[in-house]
Design a protein around this ligand. Sequence first.
Ligand SMILES: NC(=O)c1ccc[n+]([C@@H]2O[C@H](COP(=O)([O-])OP(=O)(O)OC[C@H]3O[C@@H](n4cnc5c(N)ncnc54)[C@H](O)[C@@H]3O)[C@@H](O)[C@H]2O)c1
Length: 318
Amino acid sequence: MQRIMITGGAGFVGSHLCDRLLIDGHDVLCVDNFYTGSKANVSHLLNNPRFELMRHDVTFPLYVEVDQIYNMACPASPVHYQRDPVQTTKTSVHGAINMLGLAKRLKARIFQASTSEVYGDPEIHPQPEKYWGRVNPIGPRSCYDEGKRCAETLFFDYYRQHNLDIKVARIFNTYGPRMHPNDGRVVSNFIVQALRGEDITIYGSGQQTRSFCYVDDMVDGFVRMMATERDFTGPVNLGNPGEFTMLELAEKVLRLVGSKSKLVFMPLPVDDPKQRQPDIALAKAKLDWTPKVNLEDGLKETVGYFQKLLTENCKVHT
Ligand SMILES: NC(=O)c1ccc[n+]([C@@H]2O[C@H](COP(=O)([O-])OP(=O)(O)OC[C@H]3O[C@@H](n4cnc5c(N)ncnc54)[C@H](O)[C@@H]3O)[C@@H](O)[C@H]2O)c1
């Protein structure tokens, strides 16, 4: 049993990690400033004596005693991270510095939730970890992409300079229950639009592809990564290599929801990558990990969550 801190633990992915670590028998300290996360995501855990929730902004130092740290704090969707881009960079960079400083004092193992966005708009597909990426340093997505790249740099400098026990995972698109309904991410967008009977917005021609990993598979990858030998630092890609076009995804969602929403086409946002697919050979070899949940099953769970959420919201507003 370990005392484990999760920054950003009240967010979409972080809250599932809280669930998993409690099931595994650990003590969990969830640290969050609720910028995009919510107490509702962890309300079912508040009566658990092994769970503690702390409001704190990781851009400020934190003094706690824990054995392991998962650094997940950072708004992840473009609408959220572009709302206050300076704060996004601060969260990634100052947050990493503060959490690495804490891990150094505690001699604690520390995990960084990095992102496939470090590859930018890639020239090679799928992207292996050794690919350095093609990132615009001055665009509207740069606060996130470059913030996360700098956080990786800090992790590896702490590793080289202070022999810190680091684990870096590059997360590709993840979906599942507790995604924010208004975060503009494609899966939640399509589901919410279909459930409300609104038009489904497709950016560009809809032929750009993405791969989506169900959140339970992703969290399992984190736990496996955290349990690897000390000399395995990553970075390691975690994601589902199964690719779908946006058009295919929209059609699947419409079918599952039983919706008659129409598809409408809008211009592609600036710097939107046309294709993104993880090469997970390293995760397979080192973590013995592959995603298990297929898109259909994962979408059913996610649709169920949003159905409940939208019904409850309707009740609140009537
Ligand atoms: N979901 C994905 O597809 C995806 C893909 C790649 C990387 N990631 C990374 O995984 C992590 C979690 O993503 P998510 O999808 O759960 O996003 P999310 O926005 O739901 O969760 C982020 C959490 O961090 C908290 N947070 C933000 N700034 C903070 C600060 N300064 N101090 C303390 N807490 C702060 C938010 O309130 C929220 O609870 C992020 O670091 C993100 O970059 C996610």
